[in-house]
Design a binder for this molecule. Structure first.
Ligand code: FRU
Length: 501
């Protein structure tokens, strides 16, 4: 699988649709898979929601990324006998030139926006063949982008009483914004971009509101995937965001959220996550504004098709709750795990002072770790403190998570994390800037799973998400402090129960 699609909370159920190949473990025959959950932790696999048309031998249409909305007021007219329709908007990708049932003619490899609806709470779907694709071509003057026009994200805009769709002109680093009263007829409203990171195509854009510091002031966030051209030190896919405002037609970026090279500033983007494996992030429709919850594809197009797993390939990130906080004078996205994990066997280790290495022993393969520590200002300029997780007994394999006092960065080092040879860029170290607390303290929350490590630093202003492929016996852990003594070390470790029923 790849991108999460159609995330929606409806009637007590979280729906996760996703880019899925029913015919193999590499990209192809793109369909919408489907899983549901009541708590964002335990997921139940459901039948494929939208299967590539003509699968397996004669595919004429694939279902690329998109979103789902609950059409409470039945603006679409798809509702029958009082049933509330769920409406999906997605990109139709046509591998062959053809004339569609709607009479519209499409080119080979064209990407266009289509809709489908469900009257049974998202379980089965009917494509709107009478008129699909409902947005057939990019707007003028961008018609030449017809092969690179995708990933609509739709939501209801209360203030202007209309539907909004944000679509990417991937190669131009632009988004286009459309409005609609009925989800069927769409009018172009505006465009935005390029801005900030433009190293690769822009994909999977979405915009959504959040209150700033929990106050009445609401800002809008544009969040999008970039492939390649992710955060510094990574290769391949990444996710960035821009803070701004939105009035129902136009997104305007805040001045301090965009960077121009002339400023001489080294910052080029606001990264949603500083690791290599956090892409195509999408939020749930159907939740209150300040319960914004996102899921990302925990993989990277750089090596997504060759990661050493079988029979599955790719997992989703843990769901994250987003908030907007003023940090160092700037509106910044912060994130924390949204789901309460089911854990057991809590253990706590405390060390008033620690220098060198300290064994923690066998901890396990799926862990929730809270680690906090501090350094005196005089020692906080060199060396590192952190924890090695998913390590073999001899530490030939380990994944190091910690803080680099010399550079002021949180890091994850997976260069010796296990199987790393399937891609030349995989064995690397990743870092995110993090200013020490006034008392010289750092706190890290680490979600370790069999094939991934997700790190949330301090208030969640720096996160690093990485896949790892350690061997079966990589269950050991130790702390390390270099370049001097680290104080007030506290480690709380809980084992996470399997999320599989
Ligand atoms: C992003 C992406 C989307 C596209 C989908 C196809 O990972 O390339 O732009 O809709 O994957 O599977």
């Amino acid at each position: 699988m790849n991108d999460p699609n159609g995330l929606v909370y409806h009637d007590g159920v979280y729906h996760l649709y996703y880019q899925y190949n029913p015919g193999g473990t590499t990209w192809g025959a793109m369909s919408w898979g489907h899983a549901t959950s009541r708590d964002l932790t335990q997921w139940t696999e459901q039948p494929v929601a939208l299967q590539a048309r003509g699968f397996p031998d004669n595919i004429t249409e694939m279902y690329f990324s998109g979103t789902v909305v609950v059409d409470e007021k039945n603006t679409s007219g798809f509702g029958k006998r009082g049933k509330v329709p769920l409406v999906a908007m997605y990109t139709s990708y046509y591998p062959v030139e053809q004339t569609l049932p709607s009479g519209k003619h499409v080119r080979k490899d064209q990407q266009a926006q289509s809709i489908a609806y469900s009257l049974d709470k998202g379980m089965t779907w009917t494509t709107y063949d009478a008129a699909n694709p409902v947005i057939a071509e990019p707007p003028s003057p961008y018609q030449d982008q017809v092969l690179e026009f995708r990933d609509p994200s739709v939501f209801w805009h209360d203030q202007t009483h209309q539907w909004i769709a944000v679509v990417s002109l991937a190669k131009l680093h632009k988004i286009v914004i459309y409005t609609s009263k009925n989800l069927k007829d769409w009018q172009l409203a505006s465009e935005f971009g390029p801005a900030n990171a433009v190293g690769g195509v822009w994909e999977c854009p979405s915009i959504f509101p959040l209150s700033l510091d929990g106050s009445r002031e609401v800002k809008w966030i544009l969040m999008l995937g970039l492939n390649p051209g992710g955060p510094p030190g990574t290769v391949g896919s990444g996710s960035q965001y821009i803070v701004g405002s939105f009035n129902g037609t136009t997104f305007v970026a805040d001045e301090d959220s965009v960077y121009t090279p002339e400023e001489g500033s080294s910052q080029t983007a606001n990264w949603l996550d500083y690791g290599p494996d956090f892409y195509a992030a999408l939020g749930f429709n159907g939740l209150p504004r300040d319960k914004r919850t996102i899921i990302a594809w925990m993989n990277n197009w750089q090596y997504g098709g060759v990661i050493p797993t079988d029979p599955w390939r790719s997992a989703m990130s843990t769901p994250r709750h987003l908030a907007l906080k003023t940090i160092a004078g700037k509106a910044t996205l912060v994130s924390e795990p949204a789901a309460r994990l089911s854990t057991h066997g809590g253990r706590t280790f405390t060390f008033r002072r620690l220098d060198g290495e300290r064994e923690l022993g066998r901890l396990g393969k799926a862990l929730e770790i809270e680690l906090s520590f501090s350094r005196k200002a005089s020692l906080a300029t060199e060396g590192e403190f952190g924890i090695a997780v998913a390590a073999t007994k001899d530490y030939a394999q380990e994944t190091r998570v910690g803080y680099d006092f010399a550079t002021g960065q949180v890091f994850v080092d997976r260069s010796r994390s296990g199987e790393v040879g399937f891609d030349g860029t995989f064995a690397s170290r990743y870092h995110a800037p993090l200013v020490l607390g006034a008392d010289g303290s750092v706190s890290l929350r680490i979600l370790l799973d069999w094939s991934s490590v997700e790190v949330f630093a301090c208030e969640g202003e720096a996160t690093i998400t990485s896949q790892i492929f350690p061997s079966k016996d990589a269950v050991y852990s130790r702390l390390f402090s270099t370049g001097g003594e680290t104080g007030n070390v506290k480690v709380r470790v809980k084992e996470v129960r399997s999320a599989w029923r």
